[in-house]
Structures are given as structure tokens and as C-alpha cells.
Design a protein around this ligand. Structure first.
Ligand code: HEM
Length: 354
């Protein structure tokens, strides 16, 4: 999910306070223009408040409900098998760029009926805003979105973009700008986040062969394990809200932005005993990795299902690996120094001791 870059004045922390604030859309509004350096339109339904938010959300919900997501089991399975096979049959491949990103893109290609675009999406790297280099830039994404919208209007087919171009919200077909706002987040929201989750799974299991053994012996615990991986990796650490809704406001105070720290909620020791440790057996796991309240991630089932099939496929392969110290991983500081903040690269070596 793209980070909504705005100058933050205040951070809300702690599981209870973050959940309360996320529910209170009157005080903490999502009516804001994020990433103003790279886009001048709203990501939808992300940057709009109820009741309009509800209309967008209702129109998109059918694409993300569990029964729809689970129709793609075979595609996700064959993508996981093929890419894991390729990954473990060669040495020196980076998990982030050589396994997780291609897998997530092939999965989305199947899910959206746009397999022909997968190589192009992979070429952008995990973050679409830095696809052209180090500087943030919306060029690549916007050129793509404008192109597929044009195609969808002039030569409609059965893929996601043609369906979205015809989408009705509150009885009206969406505009080209609304298409950008919806399609942009549907493409960008499930890339770097799922990539971090899958990379975190490979990282942890490489460091803890005993957890691999345990999961192999207790396959019914996979869902619980995925929840803990979601909590521990917190792929989207925070999102912004504004105390002054921006649409039509006469004055916009500079200090209007408040950050909702999902990360602090996920490591709140009053809710998660020993939060700095990965405990795949954790019984209660109300993590905030998908947010909370009306804007709770619409792609949550998709992300969980991709991760579940990926993990199941790993467990079915009788392979053991360790983490190569040449991997570039940054960690949080202080008490959470064992928690990875970012995987720039992750390399594995075969564990010949097993
Ligand atoms: C592990 C993977 C993912 C994580 C951690 C994640 C995280 C989040 C979070 C925290 C929010 C709430 C934002 C807020 O409250 O302001 C959100 C919203 C959203 N996510 Fe995800 N996401 C993931 C995967 C996906 C996927 C796979 C898709 C779609 C392909 C997606 C699409 C969206 C959309 C459209 C929203 C806006 C929902 C709304 O405003 O109602 N996400 N995500």
C-alpha cells in the first residue's frame, strides 16, 4: 500500500486508542489528498469519508469477498509452486525481487484477468512511486492507468479494468479520474505489502527451522501463523487522517494531519504478551495490520489467501534453508530491535544440516 505522504503533526499510539480513533471518522477524517508530490486525485475508497466511502466500498466489495478470492486457488497454487521451484533450484536469488514480487504480480495478474501485464508490473519494482528511479514519481503508474482506461472504454473485454470502467457508484458510471483513484490503489495496495509479508515468512522460517517442523506437524495452525506474520511484519505501519476534512475547506491548518500507528497497536504489550517475539501459537491476535473501522483493508482476504497458499506450498516442499548474512535488512530500534523494518534484499542458503 502506498504511504500517504503528508506532514504528520501527531501520532496516535496503542491498540485501544488507535482502534477508537479509526472508528471516529468525524474527528479523524480520511478526506485528504495524500501523496500530493506524485498525484492530484483521491485514491478511492481510501481518501473519502462515509457516506460516500460506503458507496465506493459497496461497489468494490464483490471483487474481494472470500468466495470470489478462493476461486483463484489453483492459480495461486501453481504460481507458488512454479516460483518456489525456480527459487530453490538456483542459488543467489533475492527473495524480495526474485520470488515475492513476481509471485504477487502473477497472482494479481490472474485475479484481475490481466496476465498480459504481469511483466510490466514486475518491471516497476515493489513501489510504483519509485518505479523510474530513486525519486518519487507517478509517471509510470498514471501512463499505465490512462492506457488501460482508454482500452477499456474503446475495446472492452472481460478483465478487471473493463469491469471497473463500467462500475456504477450511487447510480452513476465512474469518471476517468475515479477510475484512476480506484484502479491505482487496487494495483498499488497489494504489492509492497504482500511482498513484505511473504518475505517475512521466508525470513522467519529460515531463522527458525523448529517452526517449520511444527507447522508441518500442525498444518491446521497455518491461519493462526499467518495472523502472527501479519502482526509481526506490519507491512503498512501507519496511515494518516486529517482533523479538517479537505474538500471545500476554506482554511487548511498545517497541523491537521494525525498518524494512526498500526505498528504501535501491533506491539502493544497490554494486548500481545511478549510482542517482540514471533509466537505462531499465539491464541488471541487482534492485529491492526489491515487497519480497523470503515477503511479496514478491502484486500485482506486476498492477502491472507496468497500468504496461506504460499506457506502451504513451502511446507509441502521438503526443503530447509537458512538466512544468508549478506541479506540487507533494517530493524527497528530499542526493545523491538529483532523486528524487521525493511527487507531491501533477502538471500537464503540451503540448510544441509537437515
Ligand atoms: C499484507 C497485505 C496488506 C496490508 C498489510 C494492507 C494494509 C491496509 C491498511 C492498513 C488499510 C487501511 C488504510 C486506512 O485505514 O487508511 C488498507 C486499505 C486498503 N487496502 Fe490493503 N493491505 C494489504 C493488501 C491489500 C491488497 C492485496 C489489496 C488489493 C489488491 C489492498 C487494497 C486496499 C484498498 C483498496 C484499501 C482502501 C479500503 C478503504 O478505504 O475502504 N490491500 N490496507
Amino acid at each position: 500500500m502506498a504511504v500517504v505522504k503528508v506532514p504528520i503533526d501527531r501520532v496516535i499510539t496503542g491498540h485501544k486508542a488507535v482502534r477508537e480513533a479509526l472508528r471516529d471518522t468525524q474527528t479523524y477524517s480520511s478526506d485528504l489528498q495524500g501523496d500530493a508530490d506524485v498525484r492530484d486525485y483521491r485514491q478511492l475508497p481510501l481518501e473519502v469519508d462515509p457516506p460516500k466511502h460506503h458507496a465506493y466500498r459497496a461497489a468494490l466489495a464483490p471483487y474481494f469477498v472470500k468466495p470470489f478470492v478462493e476461486k483463484f486457488a489453483k492459480d495461486f497454487q501453481s504460481n507458488s509452486e512454479r516460483l518456489l521451484e525456480e527459487f530453490f533450484s538456483q542459488d543467489g536469488i533475492d527473495v524480495v525481487s526474485g520470488l515475492a514480487l513476481p509471485l504477487v504480480m502473477h497472482n494479481l495478474g490472474a485475479f484481475y484477468g490481466r496476465r498480459q501485464d504481469v511483466e510490466e508490473w514486475i518491471s516497476w519494482g515493489p513501489d510504483v512511486w519509485t518505479a523510474t528511479g530513486k525519486n518519487r514519481d507517478g509517471e509510470v503508474l498514471h501512463a499505465y492507468l490512462d492506457r488501460v482506461y482508454e482500452e477499456a472504454i474503446t475495446n472492452p473485454s472481460e478483465d478487471i479494468w473493463s469491469e471497473l470502467a463500467r462500475l456504477e457508484v450511487d447510480g452513476e458510471v465512474i469518471t476517468a479520474l475515479e477510475f484512476r483513484g480506484i484502479a491505482g490503489i487496487m494495483l498499488a495496495g497489494g504489492r509492497d505489502t504482500v511482498v513484505k509479508l511473504l518475505t517475512g515468512i521466508v525470513w522467519h522460517l529460515g531463522n527458525s527451522p523448529e517452526d517449520v517442523q511444527w507447522l508441518r506437524s500442525e498444518p491446521e495452525s497455518i491461519d493462526r501463523a499467518i495472523n502472527e506474520f501479519l502482526r509481526y511484519t506490519t507491512p503498512n505501519t501507519a496511515m494518516a487522517r486529517t482533523t479538517v476534512p479537505e474538500t471545500g475547506a476554506e482554511e487548511l491548518p498545517a497541523n491537521r494531519y494525525v498518524s494512526m500507528s498500526f505498528f504501535s497497536g501491533n506491539f502493544d504489550e497490554t494486548v500481545f504478551p511478549n510482542p517482540g517475539s514471533i509466537d505462531l501459537k499465539r491464541e488471541r491476535n487482534p492485529h491492526l495490520s489491515f487497519g480497523f473501522g470503515p477503511h479496514t483493508c478491502i484486500g485482506n482476504h486476498l492477502a491472507e489467501y496468497e500468504a496461506k497458499i504460499f506457506l502451504q506450498t513451502i511446507l509441502d516442499k521438503k526443503i530447509e534453508w537458512l538466512i544468508d548474512p549478506k541479506s540487507e535488512i533494517s530493524f527497528y530500534e530499542g526493545q523491538l530491535s529483532s523486528v524487521p523494518k525493511e527487507f531491501t534484499s533477502l538471500y537464503t542458503v540451503k540448510n544441509s544440516g537437515n
